[in-house]
Design a protein around this ligand. Structure first.
Ligand SMILES: Cc1cc2nc3c(=O)[nH]c(=O)nc-3n(C[C@H](O)[C@H](O)[C@H](O)COP(=O)(O)OP(=O)(O)OC[C@H]3O[C@@H](n4cnc5c(N)ncnc54)[C@H](O)[C@@H]3O)c2cc1C
Length: 335
């Protein structure tokens, strides 16, 4: 049988995990990872790494649950494995609160120990009227992506630094192209539905904060996500805003809200400030498409604010689509 070549475009958490899953599901296939930005310079690197499905447009609930549960189980297995210290993943408990009563989340049965907050607990947060407590998982995305890259190279994966401006640029060298280009996924996918949701955050050192806190107050969301070395405090959710510079006004607003929610945070040391653009779309695009009756493309982009939350489930699905495409190519080449 002819050796088959697959090219994954994009080296964020979605592309890297897709490349690793393809190698694991299809061990005879040669996989090349092509991107113009690698860790630590991707959007994925700045993410809070918090498992919580959101900003996914109209992506069907059944798919969010499937991909989300597969990713949750996979991160839990990493936490229990000997690699936990390297990938820096942890179980994390905390509070989601609001100044008004909200609907309970669809994923409450997937997390652990979900319960509504008591009035006694709410007294500690004077602006908050309602909330729930649960345990989820969190992963520090930078060390995790470095670990994924090592895993990819150890299995013989090749890496190329290149900006791909069209499918034709790659179609001569590979049988299947996997489009994991995040916010630029629509360029290779000929799709105008991708748009940014701008997120500005800061990372602080505040080792006394051991829980996550998410506070919804008058339409704005303030969150505290402790990683293994620092805490991400955010943020903004600015739809269709493209600038990636830190905005001083946004910073002051986030800081003011954060101090109002957790007063002790005023003693924290701010170590970095960062802006990233979430790759939003009406739905996550995860499907195979044949171009000009020749090369197959598997699209895997548009994960909005949940790229980490869904990445492993989506990567497994993308790898199985690549397998389907290769089998179709095999059967047509025999005709
Ligand atoms: C402030 C903030 C906080 C977040 N927190 C969380 C969180 O706690 N949990 C969570 O689940 N999600 C979170 N997210 C969302 C998450 O970061 C994204 O959904 C995720 O990073 C998308 O990953 P990706 O691999 O698709 O894209 P990216 O990380 O943007 O990677 C895209 C890759 O494609 C490459 N590329 C694109 N076009 C081309 C081209 N033409 N040629 C070559 N290479 C190309 C880039 O170089 C890059 O390597 C957060 C996002 C932000 C902004």
């Amino acid at each position: 049988m002819k050796t088959r070549h697959v090219c994954v475009v994009g080296a964020g958490v979605v592309g890297l995990s897709s490349a690793v899953c393809i190698q694991e599901q299809l061990p005879d296939v040669h996989v090349t990872l092509v991107a113009d930005k690698f860790s630590p310079h991707t959007t994925s690197d700045g993410s809070g790494g918090f498992w919580c499905p959101h900003d996914l447009g109209n992506t069907p609930e059944a798919l969010i649950r499937k991909w989300g549960k597969e990713t949750l189980d996979y991160i839990l297995s990493l936490i229990k494995s000997s690699d936990a210290a390297v990938v820096q993943a942890q179980m994390l408990s905390g509070y989601m609160m609001s100044s008004s009563v909200q609907e309970e989340p669809d994923y409450k049965d997937l997390c652990f120990g979900y319960r509504l907050m008591t009035s006694e607990e709410l007294k500690d947060f004077p602006n908050m009227k309602w909330g729930y407590f649960y345990t989820t998982v969190q992963i520090d995305v930078k060390p995790y992506m470095q670990w994924l890259m090592r895993r990819f190279k150890e299995r013989g994966g090749r890496v190329e630094v290149q900006t791909v401006s069209s499918i034709d640029q790659l179609s001569k060298h590979c049988d299947v192209i996997v489009n994991c280009c995040g916010l630029r996924g629509g360029i290779l996918g000929c799709d105008k539905e991708v748009y940014p949701i701008r997120g500005q955050v800061m990372r602080v050192v505040a080792p006394w904060i051991k829980h996550f806190y998410i506070c919804l107050d008058e339409g704005s969301e303030t969150y505290f996500i402790p990683g293994t070395t620092n805490i991400v405090i955010g943020g903004t959710e600015q739809v269709n805003r493209w600038d990636e510079e830190v905005d001083e006004n946004d910073h002051q607003r986030i800081w003011k809200r954060a101090v109002r929610c957790i007063p002790s945070i005023q003693h924290a040391k701010i170590v970095t400030r960062w802006v990233g653009l979430r790759p939003a779309r009406s739905t996550v695009r995860l499907e195979a498409e044949r171009k000009n009756n020749s090369v197959w493309i598997v699209h895997n982009y548009g994960h909005g604010g949940s790229g980490v939350t869904l990445h492993w489930g989506c990567a497994q699905h993308a790898a199985s689509l690549v397998g389907d495409c290769l089998r179709k190519l095999e059967s047509t080449s025999r005709l």
